[in-house]
Design a protein around this ligand. Sequence first.
Ligand code: ZN
Length: 378
Amino acid sequence: MKRAGVLSGLLGAALALAGTVVPSSTASAAAPPAAAGAAASPAAACIGDDGGTKKVQVLYVRSPAGADRYAEMADDFNQMANQVGNVVNKSALKTGGELNIRYARNADCSVGIGNVVVSSTTNIMDFDAIVRDLESKGYDRTDRKYLVFAQTAAFCGLAARGTFDSGPSYAMVGTGCWSWNAAGHELLHTLGAVNPDAPHGTPGGHCWDDPDIMCYDDDGKPATYPLQDLCPKAFGDDIDCNSDDYFSAHPPAGTWLADHPRSNVAKSPFLTTSTKYHVLYTGEKTVATARAGATAYVTKYQSEAGWTAKAKVVTSSGSPFHSSVLAVRTSAGTRYVPPAGVPRGSAAHVTIDMDTVLDVKLCQGNATAKSGCTATWW
Ligand SMILES: [Zn+2]
């Protein structure tokens, strides 16, 4: 799809969204606030809690005349943002790194979704007008890249190509393109992708070595820069086919990307090497009904079609969570992390350390409730 209208200097998204296979789930696993009087426990850490101050801030933006869809969409925006981060990390892993997007997050580690209503005189169909309105509201920080879910059908995605190390920059997706890959495409533009001088770059700031979230035939002329399938079509929209144009954690010496670090989004200070998601459960739920020998299950839901994995907290004889092993099964294999044990009758403290953001539900169950929870704690 093409963006509507012509806005000079902007980079439109033309994304084939249909049939896209989502590589993994992105739902956030939010840790509830610690219960009063809960046992001492390590501080919760979110992805990107590494002291870095440059962050991507997500905003939902509508005109006062538009319906307020914040409550309806906030979770979806959260998942889309996390999915972009997951795909960034998958790309970093290809070149021996671990990177995620340092989002501005809430205290519970969910991605903060700003709720912005522009002025009644601001044209919600106009990228530049939205930017001016956001600037007037203080969304103009140099340490921010703004990922804007704009409530308008006037365009799919728009962004001005930014620099890898400073803001403000604005990535916008319109209602018809409220998807993680459109959001990721525009956000990558604000981080500098793709330099037209890159080996497979186009004058329009995209690329032609597909499949790649940034690649499409942006001049619409088959004779110039036609798309070529140079990478396996694993996930549909991967980041930087062959890691040679705009994203490599470790570009080999002598390559174009090694010689142009400012064109390498992987070197952006808006990314973080803090990719682990520490979910600390210090809920108010009292472990009462699960008895020795019973089993509490942590159930993980993947939005990826085809499978739903589950993990269980294997109980010891003493209490539901003593010296247990928490097995989290993912498509990449089984990971084991030790939850902190607590005696029956007190709150459960479970730290889950994962490579990607997963939607985890800790629930109380039993052997006959493996496929579901008898009580969901969070
Ligand atoms: Zn684009």
